[in-house]
Design a protein around this ligand. Structure first.
Ligand SMILES: Nc1ncnc2c1ncn2[C@@H]1O[C@H](COP(=O)(O)OP(=O)(O)OP(=O)(O)O)[C@@H](O)[C@H]1O
Ligand SMILES: [Mg+2]
Length: 143
């Protein structure tokens, strides 16, 4: 997770979305924290599961960053109601439960990562299935 997060952070740009899907406890926050730390943030990185949105600004990170957890949205339209477009302006978005916000896979800057805990029967650990939008061609993170 730390290496994968660092590889993403190294090429992340404003306007990008890293859409982190996977069930409860799949590792979405863990990967988001690895990205935020690799972008330069030092200290605690709260899970946005309660606040829904946590913001990070330079100089503590290399670029403006929105870390969101859309799990508690009752309807995708609530993403607009909380001002997501304003938060996103000039920033990269790390989105947990992206499908609760209507999904981002149609955006060329979307790096969709589906995490899965594969359990002990196949040696333990997590797998990540990555689908990249057109803006990611040539800069796919390979840890
Ligand atoms: N690669 C990993 N190897 C081992 N444990 C991990 C890994 N990734 C995450 N975990 C552990 O799994 C637990 C849940 O991880 P995390 O909070 O990142 O999941 P999540 O997908 O964000 O869950 P939620 O849907 O509740 O937000 C944590 O205890 C974390 O330490
Ligand atoms: Mg989480």
């Amino acid at each position: 997770m730390d290496r994968f997060g660092a590889a993403i952070a190294a090429v992340l740009r404003p306007g990008d979305v890293v859409a982190l899907s996977g069930g409860l406890g799949a590792g979405k926050t863990t990967l988001a924290r690895a990205i935020i730390a690799a972008l330069g943030h030092r200290g605690e990185i709260p899970s946005p599961s309660f606040a829904i949105v946590e913001l990070y600004e330079p100089p503590s990170v290399r670029l403006p960053l929105v870390h969101a957890d859309f799990y508690r949205l009752a309807h995708p339209a609530e993403a607009a109601e909380i001002g997501l477009d304003d938060y996103r302006r000039g920033a990269a978005l790390l989105a947990e439960w992206p499908e609760h916000a209507g999904g981002f896979a149609h955006e060329p800057g979307c790096l969709a990562i589906a995490l899965k805990d594969v359990g002990e029967d196949v040696g333990g650990g997590r797998i990540a299935i990555v689908e990249a939008g057109a803006d990611w061609l040539g800069r796919l993170p390979c840890p």
